[in-house]
Design a protein around this ligand. Structure first.
Ligand SMILES: Nc1ncnc2c1ncn2[C@@H]1O[C@H](COP(=O)(O)OP(=O)(O)O)[C@@H](O)[C@H]1O
Ligand SMILES: [Mg+2]
Length: 255
């Protein structure tokens, strides 16, 4: 069963005042992500990664093509139950603490006071922000803000995660923490779709990886096949298998 499915998606954005001045962001993108899979999308800046995730979140409407989550069209009622989304630029309220944000999330979800307490405690511990739970977000570093946003994403223990550059702005400890969270959700049976340009992190946790280039999905590979291919073809000891494959793929597309 596919959790994420998109077929022949096209998307262009209006770039000026005139309606016909448009820039193509996605061209004919199709892929499926099965239940319990971790699917990573990689690509250069502007390749179209965030646009795909926003289309799955129904924040952006494709010009053409079909998109579904759990076999339901994305904008339909119930299609977004149990999804945790981490945006590329999380916007938290600077004058509120992470605890207040999480309280808000629990109350919107209608949780009991007891459940609220438990969920907040777990979320804070998971992202290692318990000690600064009451500090206004404006005092947070970039990495702390990213971890705070992630706490909000996982607050309701979603079965599906959509993460846009989850390692962005994090130091090595923070990156490891995010990798551990993704791994833990994977082990629990969650399905995860995320994008990143930190290739070493992507290859550590993904089952399959899609390479985007100039709005097109130019390749989808499994992590296992990547390793075998690398052993037989690589002459570049300084590159990881994914770096090697990614650079070759993108260079071929450019030439
Ligand atoms: N709201 C928007 N208006 C106009 N152009 C946009 C908008 N969002 C994205 N784009 C353009 O679409 C392309 C793909 O963007 P994006 O999906 O954000 O790429 P990525 O996440 O891979 O860096 C880029 O050329 C970007 O400039
Ligand atoms: Mg992006």
């Amino acid at each position: 069963m596919s959790i994420f499915s998109c077929n022949q998606i096209h998307k262009s954005y209006q770039t000026g005042c005139l309606k016909h001045t448009r820039k193509k962001a996605l061209t004919d993108v199709s892929f499926q992500v099965k239940q319990r899979e971790v699917f990573g999308i990689i690509g250069l800046n502007g390749a179209g990664k965030s646009t795909i995730l926003k289309i799955f979140m129904a924040f952006v409407k494709p010009d053409k093509g079909t998109v579904s989550i759990n076999d339901q069209p994305v904008a339909s009622k119930g299609s977004h139950q149990s999804i945790g989304y981490l945006p590329e630029h999380p916007s938290l309220y600077p004058h509120l603490s992470i605890k207040e944000h999480l309280q808000f999330g629990c109350r919107v979800a209608g949780l009991s006071a007891q459940e609220e307490k438990k969920r907040i405690q777990t979320a804070l511990e998971t992202v290692d922000l318990t000690e600064v739970a009451k500090m206004p977000i404006r005092g947070f570093s970039k990495g702390m803000t990213q971890r705070a946003a992630l706490a909000y994403t996982i607050l309701l223990k979603p079965e599906i995660l959509i993460l846009d550059e989850p390692m962005s702005g994090l130091d090595p400890l923070g990156r490891q923490l995010v990798l551990d969270i993704i791994q833990e959700y994977h082990d629990r049976g969650a399905t995860i779709l995320f994008c990143s340009h930190i290739l070493t992190d992507v290859e550590r946790i993904c089952d399959r990886i899609g390479i985007m280039h100039q709005g097109q999905l130019v390749s989808v590979v499994t992590a296992d096949s990547l390793d075998k291919d690398y052993v037989s073809t690589s002459t570049k000891g300084s590159q990881t298998p994914l770096e090697h494959y990614f650079l070759n793929t993108v260079r071929t597309e450019i030439s």
